[in-house]
Design a binder for this molecule. Structure first.
Ligand SMILES: [Zn+2]
Length: 155
């Protein structure tokens, strides 16, 4: 496995709409492995493929709950419920945090690394993370939709 370079805000690749994954092949599995390793090393809870320079629809997430590592290929949010406020950060936007309104509960349909279509319903941090990461696939960063931004450290 390898640690990948994380693209930072200002890099035009982060503004691109990503293309669907056609085949779950060795190359994609290797990318997912490297993305997970990169996310853990950077102490993030999620990482989307465009953040490491690949404009394809794939993300990895681990919010430290019972789900462990989640790999979402071609994720589509099919249901949304409620609303929640919360603070977000992003490995591509170091030291900046923002208040972002998100759906409280989402259901996401995705392909797993075995090529099977699956469905996951999430609340709380995992729900927030799924929305943040799928936004990356549309070329959208949380700083574009945050109601307010502040520098890192304690408020
Ligand atoms: Zn992000």
């Amino acid at each position: 496995m390898a640690i990948l370079d994380i693209k930072k805000a200002g890099d035009p690749i982060l503004k691109e709409k990503c293309t669907p994954v056609e085949f779950v092949d060795k190359k994609l599995k290797r990318l997912l492995d490297n993305m997970a390793e990169t996310m853990y090393k950077a102490e993030g809870v999620g990482l989307a493929a465009p953040q490491v320079g690949e404009t394809i629809r794939a993300v990895v997430i681990d919010v430290g709950d019972d789900h462990g590592l989640i790999e979402l290929i071609n994720p589509v949010i099919t249901e949304r419920e409620g609303e929640m406020d919360g603070t977000e950060g992003c490995l591509s936007v170091p030291d900046i945090f923002g208040e972002v309104k998100r759906s409280a509960k989402v259901t996401v349909e995705y392909t797993n690394r075995n090529g099977k279509r699956r469905k996951l319903t999430a609340e709380g941090l995992l729900s927030r993370c799924i929305q943040h990461e799928t936004d990356h696939l549309e070329g959208k960063l949380f700083i574009d939709i945050a109601e307010s931004l502040h520098k890192g450290g304690q408020e």
